[in-house]
Design a protein around this ligand. Structure first.
Ligand code: SGN
Ligand code: CA
Length: 543
């Protein structure tokens, strides 16, 4: 297969060679635009990706991209939550300029996006899997996306022809669709850009039938900060509703049947979680329900017998959380492996840039949390692995400060398409070659979804190589400063420590400069603007 591809490629190369420079056909051949596969998973913590850290799980297939390409050690997002991150990736603009500040905003599809520009430049574009931007995808020749968050089992998809329901496990189904596109829908004469976006490993972490048992009863190492009391932090941490101990659901998240919880008089943080568990369980077919019960039945019985409380319950919940979260990642890894193998088998590996990233990082018990949103490292950072044969040396590692704002410029640069002046990111291509001259020295961040689920307060900040300054605002006024070299776990807020007076001053200055540079104008922090924004969130039914 793909003989057509090779033939048309040669024809184009010959045509160009005749027209422009007969003596240099090789140069012309190299100028052919590469294919691009862009993989965005949902909530994949770098702590659970073995190219970064193998203490929790081995992900050999995703790791291939680092072994054969580049691993970015300091990749970050601009606003650690799903829809905003996706809008940033598509537009190359910060949330305040791209129409999506939180998960409730609707993406304005009249904007310039990198898929649109690629399409104009002769690429064929496609997206399969998670979209989560409310409006219909634009700029894609082919698309089938999950409605909203989508479901793990037998998922529905939105397509140009309307909604369809598929059989199977979501990560397998999305991969089947992506491979089907590559195999039988793609036009051989055009380069392609495929967005292959997973729902996994998003909450509520329902593993595939193949991986139900994998991590069960395996003792998972407990993070040192699981019982963090936020002693030096502002109230923003204590008031966030994302602690494993208090806000993780025994039913929906930990898969204890509601009737058992009722028997034990365990109360959920929100009663809704019980019906959510039942609704998801009922999506499984009979055979799956049976298989599920074989694994989760004994876990439920044991829970009924031991009914853990206090710290023991938190540790039990953490263990259960990790068993399912890691199980869900197993399937992502296997499926990414399938896609990479397809590229290998069809002679596509060489001329395709593959990017693997997540919409943000995630807490795996650090500071007692699950979820994301905060500017602390675990959720501010995100995995980023890029393989681009002949342009990136296999096994290279980059430690510069990069951000999802850079994705659009990078893809356009690689495709040799002009980067619009108002895109705010930088192309990563110089870093591919190890050239970090004049690279940025600081990152800007701004999170808005408050009031909202998990109640993480509005904040913005700056991170340099060594320090991080954060301001929480609206119904709180608090600054935090961290020395990441001395305190990588961010346990010690040194904002008021006189030893850091000069650092504090410098960081304030850098923060203001970035706000100007990225045009996050100060009127967005005035009370009138904030009040109307809060009104918008409340009118959409959130708190
Ligand atoms: C759901 C989850 C939340 C999560 C948001 C946003 N609850 O509401 O825990 O923060 O999605 O996630 S759930 O019990 O319904 O899964 S995001 O990745 O889309 O931003
Ligand atoms: Ca997410």
């Amino acid at each position: 297969m793909k003989l057509n591809h090779i033939v048309s490629f040669c024809l184009i190369a010959i045509l160009f060679a005749c027209k422009e420079n007969k003596s240099e056909p090789k140069e012309v051949a190299e100028a052919k635009q590469p294919n691009i596969v862009f993989i965005i998973t949902d909530d994949h913590a770098y702590q659970a990706l073995s190219a970064y850290d193998d203490k929790l799980i081995k992900t050999p297939y995703i790791d291939r991209l680092a072994n054969e390409g580049m691993l970015f050690q300091k990749a970050f997002v601009t606003n650690s939550i799903c829809s905003p991150s996706r809008a940033v990736a598509l537009t190359g603009k910060f949330s305040h300029l791209n129409s999506v500040r939180d998960n409730l905003d609707v993406f304005d599809t009249t904007q310039v996006t990198f898929p649109r520009l690629l399409q104009k430049a002769g690429y064929e574009t496609a997206i399969y899997g998670k979209w989560h931007l409310k409006s219909e995808p634009k700029g894609f020749d082919f698309w089938e996306v999950l409605p909203d968050q989508g479901h793990y089992y037998h998922p529905e998809f939105l397509t140009p022809q309307g909604e369809i329901k598929e059989k199977g496990y979501v990560t397998d189904v999305i991969t089947d669709k992506a491979i089907h596109y590559l195999d039988s829908l793609r036009t051989d004469s055009k380069p392609f850009m495929l967005m292959y976006n997973h729902k996994a490993p998003h909450r509520q972490w329902w593993p595939s039938m193949h991986d139900l048992e994998d991590f069960k009863y395996k003792k998972i190492p407990v993070p040192e900060t699981l019982f963090d009391e936020y002693k030096t932090k502002s109230k923003a941490s204590a008031e966030a509703e994302m602690r494993i101990a208090d806000h993780m659901a025994l039913s929906a998240d930990n898969k204890i049947a509601p009737e058992i919880l009722d028997k034990l008089n365990y109360e959920e943080f929100l009663d809704w979680y019980k019906s959510s568990y039942t609704e998801r369980f009922n999506r499984l077919n009979e055979a799956e329900q049976e298989q599920w019960q074989k694994v989760y039945g004994p876990i439920n019985e044991e829970f009924l017998k031991n009914s853990p409380k206090g710290q023991a319950l938190t540790l039990w919940k953490y263990q259960r959380y990790m068993e399912d979260y890691l199980g869900v990642i197993k399937s992502v890894d296997r499926n990414v492996g399938r896609l990479l193998e397809y590229l290998d088998d069809n002679n596509l590996t060489e001329n395709t840039m593959v990017v693997y990233t997540s919409d943000q990082g995630f807490y795996l018990g650090e500071h007692g949390w699950f979820d994301k949103r905060f500017m602390y490292e675990e959720s501010f950072r995100t995995p980023l692995l890029i393989r681009y044969p002949n342009h990136i040396k296999a096994g290279s590692v980059n430690t510069d400060l990069v951000q999802n704002i850079d994705f659009a410029s990078t893809v356009l640069d690689v495709a040799d398409v002009e980067i619009p002046k108002d895109m705010q990111g930088l192309s990563l291509t110089p870093l591919f070659e190890g050239n970090n001259k004049d690279w940025r020295d600081a990152l800007y961040y701004h999170y808005y979804e408050y009031p909202g689920i998990h109640m993480v307060k509005r904040h913005y900040g700056v991170r340099t190589e060594r320090y991080k300054l954060i301001r929480f605002y609206y119904n709180i006024e608090a600054w935090e400063l961290y020395d990441l070299e001395k305190d990588p776990q961010e346990m010690n807020n040194v904002y008021d420590n006189p030893d850091y007076a000069e650092v504090q001053k410098q960081m304030h200055k850098r923060l203001e400069e970035l706000r100007v540079q990225y045009n996050d104008a100060s009127d967005r922090l005035n009370q009138k603007w904030i009040d109307s924004d809060i009104k918008r969130l409340k009118s959409l039914g959130w708190y």
